[in-house]
Design a protein around this ligand. Structure first.
Ligand SMILES: *[C@@H]1O[C@H](CO)[C@@H](O)[C@H](O)[C@H]1NC(C)=O
Ligand SMILES: *[C@@H]1O[C@H](CO)[C@@H](O)[C@H](O)[C@H]1NC(C)=O
Length: 318
């Protein structure tokens, strides 16, 4: 069984390397900017050495970017007087690390001006964050162009914390992901925190009807109720090791201590509970499947040629 998925992965990687149908390739910057990958990695590692919690921010930013209009750096764009950008959606709360992307971009503009897209920098930074946190190490194809659209209303297509398993399967399915890949990508919550505003409706004291979410472990509910007295912005970690890319997230939801309704929903669905159990027992398998799924995510609706540009400043369309 191990050799089966190993061979499949190898096959996929080779396919990606030789078929450039989406304009991407491995080592895309080999000639135009040979130090691109190492410059991004050094910038990310320096920042994460100071503040390891930013790994979660960068991973989440890549996810938001790819799910809305494809992996085109649209999440990095600032609002203008005529346009409210994705960044200013209420769904942006956990996005952090914009300054890391800016630092990497500035370095790259100094050494190879106009060559490396913001979308690629973000994809590389997310990859490096996963590795820094103890997750898998993998190569990604590059060559993404930056998009020219970033609208707050598009963020309606992000998965919501209130989603049940069927809604999660549906929205990930719209992007070509299987239920298994959805579970694996949800495992990205092994890093980071969520705010009380995203889950307090599960607690009786904050729910107008005083109903507690029955899928919530009672002692965990008590802990959360205490925490959230401090206000909507209070952050709580998804699992006990929020800066380490491990499989603790799956053990946590097995115990009924999933932070968001959408986390706990994975275990509560008889259809996909088996996958939660599988990944809770096998960190290496989770790591490997995550690597495959995130590479696939990084290819969502990438812009090629004139569909995009190389932004000079990641905050603004050229
Ligand atoms: C998120 O959006 C709010 C407004 O909804 C804005 O004030 C805040 O600066 C945004 N956060 C980021 C990181 O851009
Ligand atoms: C999941 O949520 C959708 C949308 O709110 C709802 O229509 C559906 O009945 C729910 N499914 C289950 C199994 O609860």
């Amino acid at each position: 069984m191990i050799s089966d998925w190993y061979i499949t992965a190898l096959f996929l990687l080779i396919l990606q390397a030789i078929s450039c149908s989406n304009g991407l390739s491995m080592d895309y910057y080999a000639f135009s900017c040979p130090s691109a990958e190492s410059m991004v990695m050094n910038t990310v590692f320096q920042a994460l050495n100071k503040d390891p919690t930013l790994a979660a921010g960068l991973l989440r930013m890549h996810f938001h970017d790819c799910f809305i209009q494809g992996c085109d750096g649209s999440v990095l764009i600032d609002s203008t007087k005529d346009n409210t950008a994705e960044k200013d959606s209420p769904a942006n709360l956990s996005l952090r690390g914009f300054e890391i992307i800016d630092d990497a971009k500035n370095l790259l503009e100094d050494s190879c001006p106009g060559m490396v897209s913001c979308a690629d920098i973000l994809a590389m930074a997310a990859r490096d964050s996963v590795f820094f946190a103890g997750g898998p190490v993998y190569d990604i194809p590059t060559g993404r162009k930056d998009g020219r659209r970033s609208r707050i209303e598009d963020t309606i297509n992000l998965p919501q914390p209130s989603f049940n398993a069927s809604s999660l399967i549906r929205i990930f399915g719209q992007h070509g992901f299987s239920a298994q890949e959805m579970v694996v990508l949800s495992g990205g919550h092994t890093l980071g925190v969520a705010r009380c505003s995203s889950f307090k409706n599960r607690l009786s004291q904050f729910d107008p009807t005083h109903q507690q979410d029955p899928s919530l472990d009672p002692s965990f509910a008590k802990f959360l109720s205490q925490k959230c007295l401090a206000g909507d912005n209070t952050a709580v970690a998804f699992d006990a090791s929020p800066n380490i890319f491990d499989n603790n997230y799956f053990n946590t939801i097995q115990r009924g201590a999933g932070l968001l309704f959408s986390d706990q929903a994975l275990f509560n669905s008889p259809m996909i509970r088996g996958l939660v159990n599988l990944y809770s027992m096998d960190r290496a398998l989770f790591s490997f499947h995550f690597q495959q799924a995130i590479i696939k995510m990084g290819l969502l609706d990438v812009k090629e040629g004139d569909e995009g540009e190389i932004r000079l400043n990641c905050h603004r369309i050229n």
